[in-house]
Unconditional design. Structure first.
Length: 465
């Protein structure tokens, strides 16, 4: 136990300017609680009826998030925790576990009115402590919110990059395998005897088909029928493994009459080598095209990330087309849109003037609101997300509309409050809309919500300059 409680309390850093008489008042009114190593001092949901001061040992705080206990830190000797004067804290949201032999000084809140009226310095010290605690907690939660948002975007980006990167690897491997046959085909081609005119005509046909490939809009039935006809032609003309040629020929729009045209230009012994060369050229063209498209997709995603984070730019307002940030944000969240089968409607005003904004900050606004809209429509059918932009007088208005269940009337006036959230533990900190409100206010604008079952609209209005 504590031999000299007065001396112990005088050593509390927050009480350095408190008169001894007031500390003696604490000694007279308070009590001591002891806990052995590993013992639970309190649990989530317990009523908080006063404040504690750690006098000996340590108190580890744990918070249940996403089904797991997460450490929120440790209170050591001389630190204060619990309900303080003017605090609205009522119940514990975390669990406290003793480390070592823990001794806590406790003052019940029933003594708060008397303390406020008789012990000004103690009250002031505790209020300052509460202010510092709120500021530190807010800072930590904001950091957690940013990390959570970064985690979502990172997961989405990894998902989006996976498909094109896999396509590049797959096509490159197939191209390498395909080119290994070149030497054998080259032997056949080099034996061909023909004129420059014939070569030009064959080349003209081949490259006309290459340029045509992007406009080859055949139905599945039409493509299957064409492949069957090509297989018959190739087999009739002595081509082995004809089926391995037909898919690529059909994809580039080559028809039996095209092969007849080539055949008519050549000696009989040159037909099979030329058809093999034709397959070689078209297959190479297809694989290179796939690599190019996948690489473009990766480049677009990287560009979107750079535009979203506004890397390499000074943190100052810039005159910019806001559609760029919105589209970059949609790219970042595209995996969630596709996963939830959400129909996206981009109702953008085409001649919308540029606005002077903090680009990265406004991208946080689009991210929070669009991500919330997607979450609201999770596991629903016929989901639709509409992004609408328009100019109203000297203002730009951006509306983010979803057809989710809506926000109940009882909580609509609370959704912008710090730490208020309707999401499950681990899915939200309650700071997203608070951040949105602060950033929009920083731009001398405002954000409103209009919600009813089946339609929720967040409307962001801010001046162009």
């Amino acid at each position: 136990m504590i031999a000299d409680l007065l001396s112990e309390l005088k050593q509390v850093p927050d009480f350095s300017a408190v008169p001894e008489k007031q500390i003696q008042w604490l000694v007279d009114k308070g009590t001591l609680n002891t806990f052995s190593d590993g013992e639970q001092a309190f649990k989530g949901g317990d009523s908080i009826e006063g404040f504690h001061i750690v006098l000996e040992g340590k108190l580890n705080i744990y918070f249940l998030q996403a089904g797991k206990l997460r450490s929120l830190g440790t209170y050591e000797k001389g630190e204060i925790l619990g309900r303080l004067p003017y605090s609205r804290m009522k119940t514990a949201t975390a669990e406290g576990i003793a480390e070592g032999n823990l001794i806590l000084f406790f003052l019940h809140m029933d003594y708060f009115p008397q303390m406020i009226s008789q012990c000004y310095e103690i009250t002031a010290a505790l209020v300052h402590n509460m202010t510092d605690r709120v500021r530190d907690f807010t800072k930590r939660q904001q950091q957690d919110d940013k990390m959570m948002a970064l985690g979502k975007l990172s997961a989405g980006l990894a998902h989006e990059l996976n498909n094109p990167s896999a396509a590049v690897i797959r096509s490159a491997q197939e191209l390498k395998r395909h080119l290994s046959y070149t030497s054998e085909n080259f032997k056949r081609v080099i034996k061909i005897s023909t004129t420059d005119e014939v070569v030009d005509k064959v080349n003209e046909m081949v490259f006309s088909k290459i340029s045509y490939s992007g406009n080859n809009h055949l139905t599945l039935m039409q493509k299957t029928e064409l492949e069957d006809k090509l297989t018959d032609w190739l087999e009739m003309n002595g081509m082995k493994d004809a089926y391995s040629f037909t898919e690529i020929f059909a994809e580039f729009g080559i028809r039996p009459e095209d092969l007849d045209h080539v055949k008519a230009l050549l000696r009989p012994e040159d037909v099979i080598p030329v058809v093999g060369w034709l397959n070689q050229v078209l297959t190479t063209e297809k694989l290179v095209g796939e690599i190019e498209e996948a690489s473009k997709r990766i480049n677009t995603l990287v560009g979107s990330v750079k535009g979203y984070t506004h890397m390499d730019q000074n943190p100052e307002k810039q005159l910019i087309d806001i559609h760029i940030g919105i589209l970059n944000t949609l790219t970042m969240l595209n995996h969630k849109i596709k996963k939830n089968n959400i129909k996206l409607v981009e109702n953008f005003q085409p001649d919308l003037p540029h606005a002077k904004i903090f680009v990265s900050e406004m991208n946080q606004v689009w991210t929070n609101l669009i991500d919330n809209a997607i979450d609201a429509m999770e596991d629903r059918t016929d989901s639709m997300l509409e992004i609408k932009t328009q100019k109203e007088r000297e203002f730009i208005v951006v509306s983010i509309i979803d057809n989710g269940p809506g926000i109940p009337d009882a909580i609509q006036d609370k959704i912008f409050d710090p730490f208020f959230t309707t999401k499950a533990i681990g899915k939200g900190t309650g700071l997203g809309l608070e951040v949105v409100k602060q950033i929009v206010a920083q731009h001398n604008g405002k954000v409103d919500v209009i919600s009813e079952p089946g339609r929720t609209e967040f409307r962001i209005c801010f001046p162009m300059d």
